[in-house]
Design a binder for this molecule. Sequence first.
Ligand SMILES: Nc1nc2c(ncn2[C@@H]2O[C@H](COP(=O)(O)OP(=O)(O)OP(=O)(O)O)[C@@H](O)[C@H]2O)c(=O)[nH]1
Ligand SMILES: [Mg+2]
Ligand SMILES: [Zn+2]
Length: 332
Amino acid sequence: LGKFKGNKEDWLDDEKSVSGRAHIRTPKKGKPKVEYLEAEKVNGMVVEVFPNQCVVKELGTLRRLACTYRKAKLPTADIRERAPVAVGDLVHFEEISRTDGVIDGVSARTNSLSRPAPERAQRHVLVANVKKLVIVTSVANPEFSPGLVDRFIIAAEHQGIGVFLAINKADLLATTSVAPKLWENYSELGYSVGLVCAKTGDGLEAIRQWIGEDLTTFCGHSGVGKTSLLNSMLGKQIGRTGEVSEFTGKGQHTTTGAYLIEGTNLIDTPGVREFGLFGIEPEWVRDFFREFKTRECRDPECFHREEVGCAVKELPRYSSYRRIVESILEGT
Ligand SMILES: Nc1nc2c(ncn2[C@@H]2O[C@H](COP(=O)(O)OP(=O)(O)OP(=O)(O)O)[C@@H](O)[C@H]2O)c(=O)[nH]1
Ligand SMILES: [Mg+2]
Ligand SMILES: [Zn+2]
C-alpha cells in the first residue's frame, strides 16, 4: 500500500464550516453540477477512510491503493458529510502507481447507515451499499441496550438493509443472572436473533449462514464483542486495537472508522456510544414497531404519545419507542 499522507485535520476543515442543526448545501454559483459515476466505470470499492485519504480495493483483485480525492470531480452531497466517501462506496480511481491513486468518480449509493455527525459535518455515514447489518449486543457486560438496538433496526429497515441481532457472550449466562432476557422479545416479534459466543464459537454458524456472500457490517456498543466475533468467525486475529497502523505508522491505531476486513465481505466498525437517527421523521417511527400494528388505538392515526385510548402502551418496546420519538422531536 502506498505512502499514507493522512493528517489530523478533518477533510472539511479547509472549508467554512457550519455548526448547528441540519445544514442543507446550497449549490455554489457557477459551479457545474457533477454527476454520479456510471456503474460500468466503477473500478474500486472504498474499504477504509482516513482524514484526507482512503483505501480502495480494486474490483476483481485483492490490490489495495491509498487514494486521495479529485474533489472537483466528485458529486457534492446535498448534506455536509465528514468525508467525500464512506466505506462501501463504489468509485473510479485513476492509478498513479501500483499503490497510489486518485478518486475521480463516485457512484450513487443504494443505501447508507448514517447518523447525525457530532462535529461540524452534518451526517456521519458509517457505511454505504451494505446488504446486511449484524447488530451486536451482549448478554451482560455491557448489558443489552434496547434503545440502541431499536435505532439500528429503524435505520436499517428504512434503508432496506437486512438485520440480524447477535446476542454475544452467551457464556456469561452461566455465571450472571440476567432477567428479563430482553432479546427474547425480538425473536417473538419475528426478528432474526442468535445467542452467540465469540469465546466458544457457539452460534457463529447461524450468522455465517445468514450472511452468505453479502456485504455485511457489524455494529453495536463498544465492548460487546464485534471484533471478537469476527475473529472467531474467520478463525484469525483481525483485531486492530493497539496495532501500529501500516498506513500512518503513527503507533496505536484504535479503529476510528469502519473498515472492510481483507479478503472478506465483512465490515468491522468501532463501537458507538449512541446511535442517533438521521433523516427519520418522528411520525415514521411507529411503522418500525411492527407489534404496534396488532393493536387498535381509539384514534386510528394515533401517534402513541399522550393520546387517550392508546392501546400500545403496555407493549414491551413502548418506552423505547417514546424515547426515540421524543429525542427526534427535541432534535437531540
Ligand atoms: N465472556 C465473554 N467475553 C467476550 C466474548 N466476546 C468478547 N468478549 C470480551 O469483550 C471485550 C470486548 O471485545 P471486543 O471484541 O474488543 O469488542 P468490540 O465490540 O469490538 O469493541 P469496540 O471495538 O470497542 O467497539 C473483550 O475483553 C473480549 O475478550 C464472549 O463471547 N464472552
Ligand atoms: Mg472492535
Ligand atoms: Zn396509540
